[in-house]
Design a protein around this ligand. Sequence first.
Ligand code: VIB
Length: 228
Amino acid sequence: MFTDRLYNHAKPIWDSYLEHPFVKGIGDGSLDLEKFKFFMEQDYLYLIDYCRVFALGSVKATRLDTMAMFADLLHSTLNEEMDLHRKYAGRLGISKDELENTKPSSTLLAYTSYMLNKAHQGSEAEVAACVLACTWSYNVIGKALNENEGASDHEFYGDWIKMYASDEFTELAEAMKKLMNELADDKPEREKAHLEEIFLHTSKLEYLFWDMAYHKKMWLENTDIMNS
Ligand SMILES: Cc1ncc(C[n+]2csc(CCO)c2C)c(N)n1
């Protein structure tokens, strides 16, 4: 299957997510709250643009069921995933306005600009490739962290783990893999290689996103002029 090929190519990067101190810190509950707050703020902006990518998926869909799937994903991201962020923001004392007015970091801009560019230029297959690593890798991470004894009962990080390890979320990741396989199957090798490149780039950007949050890096670390 095409998604096996994608996974095999990206495996070293995906394995490194679980070794990253940000991800490990969610899993063992030791992550500094300020780092998580930085992550949540940037991630909220990320999700706003991510919704636009889903909307482009609906625009470009050639079949009604694919159009509906992208529309459902847009709806559930706006209402479920972003609600997790709004709830965490409430617990961290950040208002909805503050969340929406967060200044974007360089990594966030790189990631969202890349996805939007590929989604605008490409077909529905490129849109599916843009969104696949993000959903699938969060499910892999959520399930791996959920295996840590007591992790999902952690009073602060437990809800995050529960959401991404849930059966509903696993079904969503599986549905996106299925869609990617359907859309890629009859494509020539040149196009498959392009889809694979998008998957690899977004997988690397996922790692950069964890790392950005861990270091609370806006543009350059420890450079006030660039960070203002
Ligand atoms: C940097 C970053 N990467 C992936 C996700 C996870 N995610 C984003 S949209 C979506 C689809 C369903 O809402 C999922 C799973 C995230 N939040 N932030």
